[in-house]
Design a protein around this ligand. Structure first.
Ligand SMILES: Cc1cc2nc3c(=O)[nH]c(=O)nc-3n(C[C@H](O)[C@H](O)[C@H](O)COP(=O)(O)OP(=O)(O)OC[C@H]3O[C@@H](n4cnc5c(N)ncnc54)[C@H](O)[C@@H]3O)c2cc1C
Length: 467
């Protein structure tokens, strides 16, 4: 059957759903296409299930360390079946809610494949669109190490769905997925080793953040093998899975009952037949887009993980909304990621970054001043026994404008929002120190680096900065 729409959105995950919602609000006739399962990665196998499990790992850790607060609870018992049942129930609720939203659109269920720049086939249906938004997300990156496929491994989908925890675990990869879920399994009692090529977990983050997190992981008993180049995987005589790697020129092995392959995802472009639509893409880096989110075809947009650049829900949504506006109005509105590239990692301590990192400032040759403050010297943090980590703030030496902020510490994913607001309003450290902060709170820790930066700037440029 043939159908015609103003806007056809392929993929009903976070990015696609946002595009469809805004397209309809703007008065366009909109169809959604999804091969299922409906709900999107974030709800089904990403952000939400992982955070649900992490809450259990953190609770187990708190119980183990409650002695410090005078609560003697002993070693906690983990009811893994109950943990997974809780996760399934929570995710079921989120999924039902989202699916109900998806089903308010004309929905075509099946794998979408372009037949021409304006025609898309879904099973027996042919959809003709004035504009398209492709939001097909990503799939697990193929296993690259010799022997790994033969020996067998789990990836994040399975790590979120196991029937029983492995007796021991090797995690390949120290990005946010490997760090978050590796720490979860370690905290529920699974001896865990994380094997990474770089010198720190979260390799793209500033060294003080990444190395700091690495040290905290080690301190709680998670082995982190850095500078480790995996060469192959084999099956030991005892049945364990053995990862072979070289570290500083020395051949080493680590064996475990299970291997968690956490080395990233690749854009989901297979099957879309983008050639028929004349859309430029690369199997590893995804669909090429410009700042208006247009592909090489002016009426075909791409958003979210399939564009290969960011893998963050709030950016998929930002892109989906913007693509819908540009598609429906034919406008040239451009995406600006300077603030939205803000991100967080739900490890403990948490990591959160707003604005520029020191690495980015160095790379761009931007002059900056930096000040940091540790939680182990902060009254509220000491009172509640949350003393891991630090905050730091970067500011322009010329006028004190805040350029970026980072936190490795308790509640980082929430505390960073104050800095996001400050950056949004282009605040200076001079503005920041006039903002009242409640006492005693974790949030007031931001005032210390801000005050130090004010002092530094005034010391360097007393006349220019006088206010
Ligand atoms: C373990 C894990 C934890 C994560 N945690 C976080 C987090 O804490 N915070 C955060 O911001 N991000 C997190 N992410 C990343 C986040 O989940 C993704 O960036 C986001 O969900 C991508 O949304 P999307 O709309 O691009 O794609 P998706 O949500 O993947 O949607 C793609 C949709 O397209 C459909 N589809 C694919 N191909 C076709 C086709 N050919 N035809 C029809 N339909 C098709 C799929 O069925 C799917 O519904 C996490 C990811 C993982 C794996």
């Amino acid at each position: 059957m043939n159908h015609q729409f103003d806007l056809i959105v392929v993929g009903a995950g976070s990015g696609g759903y946002a595009a469809a919602r805004v397209g309809r609000e703007l008065g366009a006739s909109v169809a959604l296409v999804d091969q299922g399962p409906l709900g999107g990665l974030c709800i089904l196998r990403g952000c939400m299930p992982s955070k649900t499990l992490i809450a259990t790992g953190d609770a187990a850790y708190e119980v183990r360390h409650a002695d410090e607060l005078g609560v003697h609870a002993g070693e906690p018992t983990i009811d893994f079946a109950a943990v997974m049942a809780r996760k399934r129930e929570i995710i079921g609720g989120f999924t039902d809610y989202r699916v109900a939203g998806i089903e308010t659109f004309p929905l075509f269920r099946g794998e979408a494949s372009f037949e021409s720049p304006h025609k898309l086939r879904v099973g027996d249906d042919v959809l003709e669109g004035k504009a398209f938004v492709v939001a097909t997300g990503s799939t697990i990156a193929p296993a690259v190490f010799p022997g790994l496929a033969e020996v067998g491994y789990i990836e994040s989908d399975e790590a979120l769905e196991l029937a029983a925890p492995p007796k021991s675990l090797v995690v390949l990869g120290g990005g946010y997925v490997g760090s978050e879920l590796g720490q979860f399994y370690a905290r529920i009692g699974v001896p865990t080793t994380i094997v990474i090529r770089s010198n720190q977990l979260l390799t793209d983050e500033d060294t003080d953040i990444g190395e700091g997190l690495t040290e905290y992981f080690r301190a709680e008993g998670i082995a982190v093998e850095t500078h480790a180049r995996v060469t192959r995987v084999s099956r030991g005589e005892d049945g364990l899975k053995v990862v072979h790697y070289t570290q500083d020129g020395v051949e080493k092995t680590v064996a475990a009952h299970e291997i968690f392959y956490a080395l990233g995802r690749v854009p989901a472009v297979a099957g879309l037949n983008l050639e028929a639509a004349d859309v430029t893409y690369h199997a590893m880096t995804g669909i090429a887009i410009d700042d208006t989110l247009r592909t090489s075809q002016q009426h075909i947009f791409a958003v979210g993980d399939v564009t290969g650049r960011f893998a963050l829900v709030h950016i998929a949504i930002q892109q989906g909304e913007l693509a819908a506006r540009n598609a429906v109005h034919g406008t040239q509105e451009r995406a600006d990621y300077s603030l939205s590239k803000t991100h967080t990692v739900f490890s403990d301590p948490q990591v959160a970054i707003a604005g520029e990192t020191e690495k980015e400032l160095h790379r761009a040759g931007t002059p900056y001043l930096v000040a940091s403050y540790p939680f182990n010297d902060h009254g509220k943090a000491i009172s509640v026994g949350k003393t891991k980590g630090f905050v730091k703030m970067m500011a322009a030496p010329s006028d004190g404008r805040i350029l970026g902020a980072a936190i490795l510490g308790p509640n980082g994913s929430d505390l960073i929002h104050e800095m996001i607001v400050a950056l949004h309003y282009r605040a200076t450290v001079f503005d920041f120190v006039t903002i009242p902060h409640l006492h005693p709170t974790l949030a007031e820790i931001w005032t210390y680096p801000a005050e130090e930066l004010v002092e530094k700037i005034v010391a360097e440029r007393p006349l220019a900065i006088a206010r």
